[in-house]
Design a protein around this ligand. Sequence first.
Ligand code: 13P
Length: 340
Amino acid sequence: MSIYAQLQQTMDDMIDADRGILAADESTSTITKRLSAIGVESTAENRRWYRSMLLSTPDLGRYLCGVIFYEETLNQKDENGMLLPELASSQGIIPGIKVDKGKGDLPGAPGDMITYGLDGLAERLKGYRDQGARFAKWREVYPITPHNPTLLGLTANAETLARYAAVCQSCGIVPIVEPEVLIDGDHSIERSAEVNEQVWHSVFHALHQHGVRLEHMILKPSMVTAGKEADTLSPEEVADATIRILRRTVPAAVPSINFLSGGQTPEEATANLNALNRHPATTPWHLSMSYGRALQEPAMKAWSGDSDKREEAQAALLKRARLNSLARRGEYSPELEKEA
Ligand code: 13P
């Protein structure tokens, strides 16, 4: 199959009106924090057990089209000896891989950050592809302060995302482009709108310069919302601001926008996705999710390290996946949270 045909096939297999993506790609240090919060030691075996439990949830493929793995998971197997990427595929869930190597300070731009991992990326991608990954994820992080992101921060992060996306496409891997504007702080929704507009504009400018084919990528942005320490906004206010800025900056050629949850509660993330899909403005993209915490938190709590709680944990994951699938059609209501 040509590279073009591979990319198109992955897009066709991943994009429909109902499903979204599970981000289960926490780095070892991030998952260690999440596990320690529920009193579980972060051993390779506990991480394997937990992620294989998630992926073997019956019917999960009705609501999820893709799962993002961390490198370690590609080689891990379930209780029956099936590799986890194969387990995902057996449910109709396409396996993907986080390929960035984390972030650090961006010299020359105090307060801004930059993500590592471009060197040797093409070789790594070929290895991941042989292990079953068909798409990749790369995250750049933008804090909001009175001075950030700086012009240098915007340019350098956009350039890095575009270089990553171009390498992915040259290897037949669909890139998820994730510019995460952090919700930390007490900034207003207006300030968040201003920053997201700058970020998305600079990212699409860089993608254009690097010849990235927009039809063969997925955008994974933050929603436009006020900072975590500011007053909570209604889903309609979040949807209004998000759609206004997306329409200004994201070309119609991008097939799907899969939001991150970024610290929203599971219920908030679902209600906001629902409002985005009910918004009266015409939008050319699928509006979906690629949630980590907002899909996993209830399942992780239900499990809390007790393997006898496997079914409760799977039921908690399936519930969130199903409610988010309803939100994709604008058919979610908070009343549904009361159902099992
Ligand atoms: P959250 O939904 O928990 O923000 O995770 C999404 C993700 O993949 C962050 O890179």
